[in-house]
Design a protein around this ligand. Structure first.
Ligand code: G4P
Length: 547
């Protein structure tokens, strides 16, 4: 049992995610952060655990074959008096929706750049999501052990393309074969780099830091003076780190290193511990479940992380984590309170009550039952389909956080099961996957087709695989006549009658989503524009918030 107060427990949480373009080194960095945090003993453990998991299901087989990570999870570790929750985001852009939802549960993001490549397309996309949600960003420029771009060019790129002030915390002393180490800007402390510390099996220790002017043994003739000059220029040319500007999303501290060679990782972990925000006050509504009689009108409220009531929301539902149990685990990000095992929580939008008897904390090496948890923590709640992505849970059952958005899919396909006797099974399976947020499901008002929507092609492959593996259904995806899906609702000038009128006129193209919300399936983007102009009283939207 902790001797800290509730607000103290909340204040020592650091819940963060790593964003990166594929191959920039996210997985390697995750591993080495866990190593630096003392959560694992040898690098390779995360991957090995992944391999274990992967051999057990076809879904995971896809991950392996494609060398991508599609399942987002969380890893928790305690280090230096702080609790770190590292949220894993899928790197492949076809799973961007998943990543987006995971980022709603993060208080800070680590943006990993490959020192030779700088900002890449997927970095930019993920960055935009962080900006949208005002998530502060720490930049880690990776792979210094290889030939890198000019460090100033990398910082200028951040400034010009991300409109973010880079504040170099360290400055690299060359890169690749000439990498000598790095200097702390402002203090002149030099952290030497030693090549010996490569790979997973060897001791990752680098020599201790020392003042740059006492570090001659690490340099060849002239290098030390050049570096001292460069650092002077950097100190004059870039703004000093300002935590407030960072928290407000105007500034990013920039750290450097090599994940593979465990260089710069302790410094990064310290930066996260020192600067990343603790869980923040969250805006929510107090609102009775929809069916409640004589319910009072919803009121805006603010949830303090250190307040007593347990509240939070589900940002992901993960199936298949344990092949022995056909369980689904809802990833619940706590916003406030002190959670105790066995506690009863209520789901705001259904009013259902849930005894959380076997909550799971995800420590790097294993899953453990969570006895208690606080704001910022993520616990896995096993359930059989009661919990869905976007659900708000609380002790009172009336706290509702802004819903996680659904995005209009970019590909719409028809799905058919080869054995017609299994159509009913298919419906259930598709609903299950849609509830998990894997894909979206649209049921046309006319006919018996199922239209499945996804952001990328890979999602269909994952889905076909899971339908086979978990539900024993052999399915085929076929092209559908639709190109776009738009949720419809009365516009500013419109009413429900206008929606009905529109739905009547376009009945063959109307469908319902998993929440029974009306959706218009357009045959082309031209048609979306056309109906938009013809029916100005209707709002056609690309995103939908549940609830
Ligand atoms: P991702 O999750 O962002 O996709 O990247 P991942 O960590 O899998 O790293 C991509 C490749 O980059 C891997 O090489 C990895 O070893 C390498 N890498 C990561 N960090 C560094 C670093 O600091 N320095 C160098 N030199 N390489 C780094 P791979 O050959 O594709 O895979 P593997 O055979 O090493 O596993």
């Amino acid at each position: 049992m902790s001797s800290l107060t509730l607000p103290e427990e909340a204040a020592r949480r650091r819940t963060f995610a790593i964003i990166a373009h594929p191959d920039a080194g996210k997985t390697t960095l995750t591993e080495h952060i866990l190593l630096a945090g003392g959560a694992i003993r040898a690098a390779g453990a995360v991957r090995a655990r992944g391999e274990n998991r992967r051999t057990r299901s076809d879904w995971m087989k896809i991950e392996k074959e494609r060398g991508i990570s599609v399942s987002a999870s969380v890893m928790t570790f305690e280090h230096d008096g702080k609790m770190f929750n590292l949220l894993d985001t899928p790197g492949h852009e076809d799973f961007s929706e998943d990543t987006y939802r995971t980022l709603t549960a993060a208080d800070c993001a680590i943006m990993v750049l490959d020192a030779a490549k700088g900002i890449e397309p997927q970095t930019l996309k993920l960055f935009e999501v962080c900006r949208l949600r005002d998530i502060p960003i720490i930049t880690f420029i990776n792979k210094l052990d290889r030939e890198a771009q000019d460090p100033m060019a990398l910082l200028d790129d951040i400034a010009s393309r991300l409109q973010l002030d880079p504040a170099p915390i360290w400055w690299p002393a060359e890169s690749g074969n000439r990498l000598r180490g790095m200097v702390e800007v402002g203090t002149g402390r030099f952290q030497p780099y030693t090549r010996k510390a490569a790979g997973s099996a060897e001791d990752p220790e680098h020599p201790p830091a020392l003042p740059l002017d006492q570090a001659a043994q690490y340099f060849e003739a002239g290098e030390q003076d050049n570096l001292a000059e460069a650092v002077e220029l950097v100190e004059g040319g870039y703004p000093a780190f300002d935590r407030q500007a960072f928290l407000e999303g105007h500034m990013t501290p920039v750290l450097w290193g090599s994940a593979l060679r465990h260089f710069g990782i302790d410094e990064l972990l310290k930066a996260i511990g020192d600067w990343a925000p603790a869980p923040k006050v969250m805006k929510a509504k107090k609102e009775s479940p929809p069916e409640t009689r004589n319910a009072p009108a919803p009121v805006e409220t603010e949830v303090e992380p250190g307040s007593n009531e347990v509240t939070g929301f589900v940002f992901k539902v993960q199936a298949n984590m344990d092949p022995n149990h056909r369980d689904r685990i809802a990833m619940f990000r706590m916003a406030s309170g002190a959670f105790k095992r066995g506690m009863k929580l209520k789901v705001q939008n259904t009013g259902k009550s849930l005894s959380v008897n076997a909550p799971i904390m995800f420590f790097a090496s294993d899953r453990e039952l969570a006895d208690d948890a606080f704001a910022g923590d993520v616990i896995g709640i096993p359930n059989h389909g009661v919990l869905r992505v976007g659900d708000s849970l609380s002790e009172s059952g009336v706290v509702r956080f802004a819903g996680l958005p659904n995005f209009a899919p970019e590909i719409l396909q028809r799905v058919r099961v080869k054995d017609p006797l299994k159509a009913k099974h298919l419906k259930k399976a598709l609903e299950g996957l849609a509830e998990e947020g894997v894909t979206q499901l649209f049921r046309p008002e006319i006919g018996s087709d199922f239209i499945v929507g996804a952001v990328g092609q890979l999602q269909f492959e994952v889905m076909a695989d899971r339908l086979g593996e978990e539900y024993g259904l052999d399915v085929v995806f076929e092209p559908s006549p639709y190109a776009e899906a738009r949720w419809i609702a009365p516009g500013a000038e419109g009413s429900d009658a206008d929606v009905e009128d529109f739905s009547g006129k376009y009945r063959p193209q109307m469908a319902r989503d998993i929440d029974q919300a009306p959706v218009f399936l357009a045959k082309s983007s031209w048609e979306t524009g056309y109906v938009g102009e013809r029916f100005p009283k209707i709002a056609f939207t690309k995103t939908k918030e549940r609830g």
